[in-house]
Design a protein around this ligand. Structure first.
Ligand code: ZN
Length: 141
């Protein structure tokens, strides 16, 4: 197998996130001051404005609802040519309003997806030790 897709390169800020996804675990940065989650974590908490958020990465359920979606038919990044077409979903996690993650829907390009559909996180293994979050339509939806 040759991998042509770009692989995320963790920096100091995002390293705990990628370490968790490698274990197929979704952890989101949470502000130590106000307890709100932030994606991506920044120098300033978007909720309370503290400049010392001291984010810790806490596990979340991985459950959410589709806010919007699109079918990607063209590859805008080198390395994704073999993946198109695929459905990209914008998901609001159940933990917090406006806590959104965008990911590939693993149900295939023909999947019937509607705004509001429940989804659960799943993980795509890119190379050993590197996995990225994606989503699957939740059973029984
Ligand atoms: Zn905060």
């Amino acid at each position: 197998m040759t991998l042509t897709r770009p692989v995320p390169v963790p920096d100091e800020q995002s390293a705990p996130y990628w370490e968790a996804t490698a274990r197929h675990e979704l952890r989101i940065a949470r502000c130590s001051q106000c307890g709100s989650f932030a994606v991506p974590p920044d120098q300033v908490c978007p909720r309370c404005g503290t400049t010392v958020p001291a984010f810790s990465f806490e596990p979340v359920s991985g459950r959410g609802r589709v806010r919007s979606w699109t079918v990607m038919r063209q590859s805008f990044l080198p390395g994704f040519e073999e993946d198109v077409p695929f459905v990209l979903v914008d998901v609001e996690l159940v933990e917090q309003a406006e806590l959104r993650i965008i990911g590939k829907l693993l149900d295939g390009p023909e999947a019937v997806v509607r705004v509001g559909d429940p989804v659960t996180v799943a993980f795509e293994d890119l190379v050993p030790g590197v996995s990225i979050p994606a989503f699957e339509i939740a059973a029984g939806s």
